[in-house]
Design a binder for this molecule. Structure first.
Ligand SMILES: Nc1nc2c(ncn2[C@@H]2O[C@H](COP(=O)(O)OP(=O)(O)OP(=O)(O)O)[C@@H](O)[C@H]2O)c(=O)[nH]1
Ligand SMILES: [Mg+2]
Length: 390
């Protein structure tokens, strides 16, 4: 439902989006929240605004703490082909999954809140390593808990998310729903169907340009222009992804949402009643378009094809480079899906990209072995590429 804000609230939001410092943003958002009339139509907007305010305040706190010596950081430096963060409620088996897929040996115990800090391990898929990060549990039923913020901060920075739910949870449906809601309220969208909007303001009089793979639902491009003009945004690129509603556009003014590829593990397949709990959880995940899998970390069942699933979630391809007359390198370069042979050259050396003439390609993206291609040829996973420069 469109919020239909009074001009005063719109002006405050415009002030927020123009604010430069953290303090200014916090003040503007506080003023915005008090200027918004409280009713059904503004519920979502207020929810996002309050969460965003909580995040900004926390950021301010963190900065202050850092200045006086710093508290514990939850940041885990990425390594390998990509980083997958394991997320889930207490005692669902997150650490058991890390232990089953990597050589890490986290503490595993039959009580909640065993894991106190993130711990990483490397899963192996063919010739690449994928970093898995086990985390302390999120508390889906206490969305405002500060515990959640630090963990979700990790998730926001990750390349993909592995959810773990325990089929021994008698309220598994509520837990799954609350978890997805918690993530969304912090700007992390897992469902490929939900709309994600990014508004990139542009200087000058460029107007509003709408781009991306998404689809506007219930609004026209002109509606979007009018809506943004109400927030004094006249010149911006609006990237849309998924099914985008008015709400999604307003959310994008307040906070930056991101979509993460994900997989949900419905763990503890071995417990009594697991089948029935699986069916209930699966119903929700299916309706959200989130892939899921029945596993038992304890009995090591259903985990065989997980390394491949993790690799697929990263959205990357492996490319093996070779010198003319030489053998392909045994270790691949890992690049984002959609990368070109020029990107491959760039990754090897900037000079090589500058002097690029053509490339020869063997493998899935080549029409025939050794096909000669230009700079914009898109590489596939498993390609062998030979760069020719002049
Ligand atoms: N029956 C059964 N028990 C499991 C399975 N996976 C984990 N467990 C048990 O569930 C309990 C919790 O496992 P952990 O791996 O510590 O769970 P966690 O999600 O990391 O827990 P926190 O760190 O406290 O959030 C332990 O007693 C595990 O042995 C499973 O597939 N089947
Ligand atoms: Mg744990």
């Amino acid at each position: 439902m469109p919020a239909n804000l009074p001009p005063e609230a719109k002006a405050k939001l415009a002030k927020y989006s123009e604010a430069r410092t953290l303090e200014e943003k916090i003040r503007a958002l506080e003023e915005f929240i008090s200027a918004v009339p409280k009713h059904k139509g503004t519920e979502n907007l207020l929810l996002w605004a309050r969460r965003r305010l909580a995040e900004l305040r926390e950021e301010l706190e963190t900065r202050k703490r850092k200045k006086v010596g710093g508290g514990p950081s939850f940041f885990v430096e990425k390594s390998g082909a990509g980083q997958v963060v394991i997320l889930g409620p207490p005692n669902s088996g997150k650490s058991s999954v890390l232990a089953a897929l990597t050589n890490a040996r986290p503490e595993i115990a039959d009580y909640p809140f065993t894991t106190k800090a993130p711990q990483a391990g490397m899963a192996i898929f063919e010739d690449v390593q994928i970093q898995l990060v086990d985390t302390p549990p999120i508390i889906p039923w206490e969305p405002e808990s500060p515990v959640n913020s630090r963990i979700l901060g990790l998730a926001r920075n990750a390349d993909a998310i592995l959810l773990v739910f325990g089929l021994d949870d008698p309220a598994i449906e509520d837990t799954v729903r609350a978890t997805l809601r918690l993530l969304e309220s912090r700007g992390i969208v897992l469902s490929p169907r939900k709309g994600v909007v990014r508004i990139v303001k542009v200087r000058g009089a460029g107007g509003i340009k709408i781009r991306g793979e998404g689809r506007l639902v219930g609004i026209t491009e002109d509606d979007v222009r009018r809506l943004l003009a109400g927030y004094r945004i006249y010149s911006a690129v609006v990237e849309i992804d998924g099914e985008v509603t008015v709400d999604d556009i307003e959310a994008a003014i307040i906070s930056h949402r991101v979509r993460k590829r994900s997989l949900a593990l419905l763990n503890k397949a071995d417990v009594a009643g697991a089948r029935e709990a699986f069916a209930r959880a699966a119903g929700i995940l299916k309706s959200e378009g989130i892939p899921f899998k029945l596993v038992s970390a304890l009995k090591r069942r259903g985990l065989e094809d997980l390394p491949r699933a993790l690799f697929d979630m990263l959205g990357v391809v492996r490319v093996y480079t070779k010198q003319p007359l030489g053998e392909p390198s045994p270790t691949p370069l890992v690049l984002p899906r959609g990368s070109t042979v020029l990107d491959v050259a760039e990754r090897i050396h900037k000079d090589l990209a500058r002097k690029f003439k053509y490339a020869k390609v063997w493998g899935p993206s080549a029409k025939y072995p050794g096909q000669r291609v230009g700079a914009d040829h898109v590489v596939s996973d498993g390609d062998v590429v030979e760069i020719h420069a002049g």
